[in-house]
Design a protein around this ligand. Sequence first.
Ligand code: NAD
Ligand code: DAU
Length: 361
Amino acid sequence: MRTYLVTGGAGFIGSNYIHYMFKKYDNEIRIINVDALTYAGNLENLKSVEDRENYTFVKADICDREAIEAVFAANDIDRVVHFAAESHVDRSIRNPEVFVRTNVLGTAVMLNCAKAAWELPDGSFKADKKFLHVSTDEVYGSLPEDDEAFFYETTPYAPHSPYAASKASSDMLVRAYMDTYRFPANITNCSNNYGPYQFPEKFIPLMINNALQGKPLPVYGDGKNVRDWLYVEDHAKAIDMVQEQGRLFETYNIGGHNEKQNIEILDIIIETLQGMLPAEDPRKALVSRDLITYVEDRKGHDRRYAIAPDKIKEQIGWYPETMFKEGIKKTIAWFFENEEWMKNATSGDYQKYYTEMYENK
Ligand code: NAD
Ligand code: DAU
């Protein structure tokens, strides 16, 4: 039975990945989820798997070398899937240091511990051990507003935000391990994800949550920045396919072929909410385009991201399966069914964060 060490599995993409993997492999795999449970980590995301015998949760910080060494010492790990990171660009603009600590130092600790556990005396590695580093398209910087321009695996790195710079640094460390030690790894660089369990600091869940309460919908700048949105389950599938079918030591870009301006996304959200809410639901009267409020732009706001996921399609056969209109309906349906989750996620520190982030905008 293959054993996975998943870092950051209590976060948005990590928890969706764990659900995807158990749905696909059921009892054929074992998953150990290592997560420090920062504000973004939520064990409620994993309620339905927590009693499985082939699932273990370990509360640990990826920067804590001893704790990570202990996980490798106690388990014969076959796969590492490294999600754990500070992930929100706005937070990185306010407080970059924690991004450097977790994203750079934490990745170095993960690489070092995996290398120590998997390395043989002659410097080669035990058979069939693999490390997958989950990264972002933001490392490539910003594209012009030109439908022909895309990010490719060969695009030079040009990160702008402290978040992107920390992820670019972590990618470089993984590359260095592959080049120096022939450490068995892959890097994936993915576009914007959306779907269940996404923390409502990010654009889509924040807008859904605010619209349902009749609160202003804060659009940065002119609202014409473009992102390439991918349904999170498609990302989970891509990660598994890259790890099992990809060529070791290579990078794969993962994207949704779904470029849209932020304001277009917001229009679709509003229209979908209006269509899904029953006539007798009092929230139906609250959801309106009148809530859209243009606010001060994000500092250094990247204009456009777009991935051409040609390599992963040609080599591995992965492509984005969920059309945006279908994915957004599934996402909204999930938020309707999980009101308690949203209530819990937006209680406590979230209110403080929201006030500080948006009060002067
Ligand atoms: P998230 O913020 O929802 O979750 C991050 C998880 O990591 C949380 O559970 C948190 O508790 C944990 N974590 C944070 N610091 C930790 C530490 N020091 N030790 C152990 N655990 C720690 O993030 P996400 O959106 O799920 O992103 C997951 C990964 O995917 C990140 O590496 C991110 O850069 C990458 N990524 C995200 C997107 C996206 O659209 N969200 C797109 C491409 C790539
Ligand atoms: O591209 C992949 C990246 O996508 C990931 O690496 C990051 O972890 C993830 O957070 C995401 O980064 P973005 O900055 O693109 O996502 P965010 O949801 O924060 O913002 C999406 C767009 O919406 C962006 O252009 C900024 C804008 N925005 C965001 C918020 C939170 C607003 O206009 N208003 C808002 O309140």
